[in-house]
Design a protein around this ligand. Structure first.
Ligand code: ZN
Length: 75
């Protein structure tokens, strides 16, 4: 699936539209530049598998990974 990724801003809850992983990264980076210029880009990434609605565990793992990266980058 080319449109399986969505990023959520960790500051204001803004969500990008579903897209590819690289599209989502660009969208959330742009959002941070415009809305939170003093904050290191982070937040959550959501991943969906087709239309089955599954992959919740995968989504959770990805989200935690992103949060760890954010914390590490702030020290
Ligand atoms: Zn935001």
């Amino acid at each position: 699936m080319a449109d399986s990724y969505r990023y959520r801003c960790g500051e204001c809850g803004h969500r990008t539209s579903w897209g590819s992983e690289s599209e989502g990264e660009k969208a959330i980076e742009k959002h941070y530049r415009h809305n939170h210029p003093a904050v290191v880009p982070g937040g959550m990434v959501e991943f969906r598998k087709g239309s089955s609605g599954g992959g919740g565990g995968c989504l959770l793992a990805l989200g935690i990974l992103v949060v760890i990266l954010i914390i590490a980058s702030q020290h």
